[in-house]
Design a protein around this ligand. Sequence first.
Ligand code: NAD
Ligand code: DAU
Length: 355
Amino acid sequence: MTILVTGGAGFIGSNFVLDWLAANDEALVNVDKLTYAGNPENLASLQGDPRHLFVQADIGDFARLSALLHDHAIRAVVNFAAESHVDRSIHGPEDFIQTNIVGSFRLLEAVRGYWHELPQDAKLAFRFLHVSTDEVYGSLEKTDPPFTERNQYQPNSPYSASKAASDHLVRAYHHTYGLPVLTTNCSNNYGPYHFPEKLIPLCIQNALAGKPLPIYGDGRQIRDWLYVKDHCSAIRTVLAKGKVGEIYNIGGWNEKANLDVVHTLCRILDELQPRPDGLSYAKQITFVTDRPGHDRRYAIDAGKLQRELGWQPAETFETGIRKTVGWYLEHQDWVQNVLSGDYQSWLEKNYAGRG
Ligand code: NAD
Ligand code: DAU
């Protein structure tokens, strides 16, 4: 038996691949285009492991994906591949439309063709798990209850709109063609291999480099944080036990304002690697112009997943964030390799003129 994972060289995908192969012996084909966000170094520990086949390809390459599905007799697909950074989607939505919508559509077409020809028992057992985000539900007011699977879709950024479109396609392929799909909508992840363009790794890295910690607007926007390995265990649970056609929200009940998250990072860094001058890293916090269309609050109600499939996160925010800071301190080589020339030009584009 073999599963096919897309986007398995990115942040969550590579954590999933590593955890999958640590937890069981089922082989895995890992399809990743290796955009700026894909990093084969995340998978270095799998070198020579016959259970892991890495293939550099675009999910939009119908012929390539069809061949891989047939050649490896794939029994399940987990689709992580996406353009994932909201700020980049604001500066240039084109890649988001191409990968998240057109790419997902072509992948679904390849899967549909393959699945259609499977013998009946394999057809029944097959799964297509689509990894999506809580951002498709839009923004909550302070007193609104957390998002459930029944919330209306109200995406507000080109990123979330493109993810919403892919969710709708996945739903339609189940409703129209009977493809056995599962969709997960998860809150903000953090942990090892998180690309340092996102708030948590960016602030850890900027703190250590003596640079400003940029807080958009007033910093009171709320995100609901989940340690990446808990997201991976939730996906494994949904893949194994989820009911076909259903949506599962994934989250760890950890709502935090951005400013509080950054203060927590500073506190842990002050303890683990104090600044040479003995002052707190919090001194580096700098308020900058807000993100256009910035969603104020996300919060996930993961009750369905807990009740129906028995999943629980293993980490609290306090334990997970401490592990994460520790990981970045121990993996400065990884960070330095990621900070390529391309990434430096992104930093200039996103932060220049923000004040
Ligand atoms: P990421 O940007 O770190 O990684 C994305 C990966 O997909 C990269 O390895 C990249 O090379 C690959 N990729 C991009 N376009 C591709 C294409 N056309 N064909 C093949 N591969 C391609 O993203 P992430 O943070 O790991 O997110 C993974 C998935 O989880 C995404 O679908 C995202 O929407 C979703 N998600 C992310 C979070 C989060 O907090 N990061 C939360 C909920 C859901
Ligand atoms: O909610 C799930 C989503 O979480 C995923 O679908 C996305 O792929 C993922 O990137 C993440 O989106 P966010 O926009 O919430 O993540 P980001 O790390 O970019 O920002 C987190 C919060 O911090 C957000 O309110 C914006 C703010 N921020 C971000 C950056 C990069 C800052 O204040 N300063 C910054 O420099």
